[in-house]
Write a protein that binds this ligand. Structure first.
Ligand code: SAM
Ligand code: SF4
Length: 318
């Protein structure tokens, strides 16, 4: 499937729930999400049907995300079914890690090797503050569980926030020396109804390069959105992801499915294509329409120029 700019669209990110066991200040409101009726959210069978249609149109890579995907009942079985689909070459999960100690083994057995764990700080009091209710030790236990059951590649997603965790760049980077994991620094995005951040919070991730300086050597790309570097002798790599600029829009290959059944052609646009209740040719046409609706780029973002997306991040999935 190609979009109108000739980009190959082969990556579907599926948000399986808006709910989360955390309340990260940059992602969702403190009060959480309004309790939705069961039938307002796609059933696992509906998700499977939409994913299968997308795969029939050329999607090869699928990511399961949320909210927190691991709080959705049946998510392991969904992963098993997605991985078993002919055409799916890669299945990944993005998680805050808290439930991984209990679920890593069964996820691995279901075919999930590739896992992204979100971790913004190595200081327990900061972790509690940024997540509003999380415990650092749970996330670290989740990381150890993923490592322990042989998941690979494991990537750590760190949202870099000026004045909050930019003094931990070295410590977070050092995780790549201790463990075979990539640590990816991601620019904070101004999206949704989150706590207001001042302009100083929106740091370009190039500060990571400045800070680590000569200790870093280039390590190519991972075929995705990160520019990669390595600390000499480290087991893992350091990735820099720059959503504030439109640097990677030119090679954007993704569509996003929301938990309530809409396809988002672009993370930062308000446009959405409803797919719930569609089947067969109508469903495939809606997916093609979503690909065709992809804009050339999302336009630069900053403290003053917020995302046009109408949703908070927990209702998109990242
Ligand atoms: N709950 C899971 C987790 O935290 O990994 C999956 C969903 S979460 C919305 C996906 C990713 O989006 C996380 O890595 C999170 O840090 C990131 N994210 C959320 N809000 C963001 C923002 N305003 N700017 C940059 N990244 C954000
Ligand atoms: Fe939950 Fe992930 Fe959003 Fe944090 S970033 S509130 S863990 S969905």
């Amino acid at each position: 499937m190609k979009d109108t700019f000739g980009r190959k669209i082969d990556y579907l990110r599926i948000s399986v729930t808006d709910r989360c066991n955390y309340r990260c200040v940059y992602c969702m409101p403190e009060e959480g999400v309004e309790k939705r009726e069961h039938d307002e959210i796609l059933s696992l069978e509906e998700i499977e049907e939409i994913a299968a249609a997308a795969v029939s149109l050329g999607v090869r890579k699928v990511r399961v995300t949320g909210g927190e995907p691991l709080v959705r009942r049946g998510v392991v079985e969904l992963c098993r079914r997605l991985r078993a689909m002919e055409g799916v070459e890669d299945l990944a999960v993005t998680t805050n890690g808290a439930l991984l100690p209990a679920m890593a083994q069964e996820l691995k057995a279901a075919g999930v090797n590739r896992i992204n764990i979100s971790l913004d700080t190595l200081r327990p009091e900061r972790f509690a503050a940024i997540t509003r209710c999380g415990r650092l030790e749970d996330c670290l236990a989740g990381l150890r569980a993923a490592l322990g059951c042989g998941m690979s590649p494991i990537k750590i997603n760190t949202v870099l926030i000026g004045g909050f965790n930019d003094d931990e760049i070295e410590d977070l980077a050092e995780l790549t020396v201790r463990y075979p994991v990539d640590v990816r620094f991601i620019e904070l995005m101004p999206i949704g109804h989150t706590v207001p951040f001042g302009p100083e919070a929106y740091l370009p991730v190039t500060v990571v390069k400045e800070r680590l300086g000569d200790a870093l050597e280039p390590a190519g790309t991972d075929g995705g959105v990160a520019k990669l570097y390595r600390l000499k002798g480290a087991k893992g790599r350091i990735g820099l992801i720059t959503p504030l600029s439109c640097e990677f829009c030119g090679s954007c290959n993704r569509l996003r499915l929301t938990a309530d059944g809409h396809l988002k052609p672009c993370l930062h646009s308000a446009e959405e294509i409803p797919v719930r209740g569609l089947h067969g040719a109508a469903l495939r046409q809606a997916i093609l329409d979503a690909a065709a609706a992809k804009p050339a780029s999302h336009g630069a973002l900053s403290a003053e120029c917020r995302s046009r997306s109408a949703r908070d991040m927990n209702r998109i999935g990242g």
